[in-house]
Design a protein around this ligand. Structure first.
Ligand code: GRG
Length: 294
């Protein structure tokens, strides 16, 4: 398959759906909708929604009906970026190649834009999906709440903040990465597998796939913060070293961190061994996690 073309097409599909599902910039409250659109529209790789669609395809399901759920993942992800960039957290000026939400608007608007995106996400995730039993939808909404919230991303962010300015061992760092970044990626994969009609064993394997690429994704992010190109990445890099943050390369060196990420990608690929050619996009996405340059 032409993976570059696949990514481009899927991103376009997600971008079009987001544009339709998010309130127009001139609709009241216009400033809030403009702030949401500033951070959300035409930005980012759309990895999480694309994973939802690819996981559905891998189990033989139709991806298109899952677009609102897939967009919910992107709304939650974008909210986390907006809040993470605030002065009270990472205090960043640039995100997705443009000024961060609080820089372009103001702090209060950025907080509300994040809150608006988080709540919109659950409205989208709870929408009935053609041919999907309501109990499966409900189970994935619950899963998403847990993975995005206290037991997942939000909890991971708190642990990350608490670990600043002190020694962190690898086991703790892994725990932080799994929660802060991995949980939402796992949720994306599980939602696609379940809502795409996968059976229990397929969902379990794709869940494990998601866990492995989720951790590999954050390790790669740690690596790119050292060797990446800030223009390509659309954000400030080198901040981890500047803040003496615990990262995989800081704890084990660049080479071993790369090996760790590669091993996880191989583990993810082995989860898909019994799947048909329909899982090819999911396989290519796993390889992309460590090959990416932004
Ligand atoms: C709940 C406030 C709050 C934060 C949660 C996810 C997160 C914690 C903070 C965002 C900043 C950060 C470094 C997160 C780690 C995950 C990560 C690498 C995000 C960037 O994701 P990409 O590369 O971004 O998919 P694009 O812009 O391509 O969507």
């Amino acid at each position: 398959m032409d993976f570059k073309e696949y990514l481009k097409q899927q991103k376009q599909l997600v971008d079009n759906a987001l544009d339709k599902l998010v309130p127009a910039a001139n609709k009241p409250p216009a400033r809030l909708n403009q702030a949401i659109r500033h951070s959300l529209i035409d930005g980012g790789k759309r990895l999480r929604p694309i994973l939802v669609l690819a996981a559905a395809q891998a189990v033989g399901g139709k991806p298109e009906p899952l677009l609102p759920f897939a967009c919910a993942l992107e709304c939650i992800h974008t909210y986390s970026l907006i809040h993470d960039d605030l002065p009270a957290m990472d205090n960043d000026d640039v995100r997705r190649g443009r000024p961060t939400c609080h820089k372009q608007f103001d702090e209060a608007t950025a907080i509300l834009a994040g809150d608006g995106l988080l709540t919109l996400a659950f409205e989208l995730a709870a929408r009935p999906i053609q041919d999907v039993p309501a109990q499966d939808s409900l189970a994935m909404v619950v899963q998403l709440s847990q993975d995005a919230g206290i037991h997942g991303m939000v909890g991971g962010q708190m642990m990350d903040m608490e670990a600043e300015d002190r020694e962190v061992e690898l086991a703790e760092l892994q725990y932080i990465h799994i929660h802060k970044t991995g949980a939402l990626i796992r949720s994306s994969c599980m939602a696609g597998a379940c809502l795409g009609g996968g059976d229990k064993s397929q969902i379990k394997l794709i869940k494990r796939y998601g866990e492995a690429i989720g951790l590999a994704f954050q390790i790669t992010d740690d690596i790119l913060d050292i060797v990446g190109d800030s223009e390509l990445m659309g954000k400030t890099i080198g901040k981890d070293q500047q803040q003496a943050k615990a990262t995989y390369p800081a704890l084990m060196g660049l080479g071993q961190a790369r090996d760790e990420a590669d091993n996880l990608v191989n583990e993810a690929l082995s989860c898909l061994q019994g799947f048909s050619a329909d899982a090819e996009p999911l396989r290519a996405l796993a390889r992309y996690i460590t090959d990416r340059t932004h």
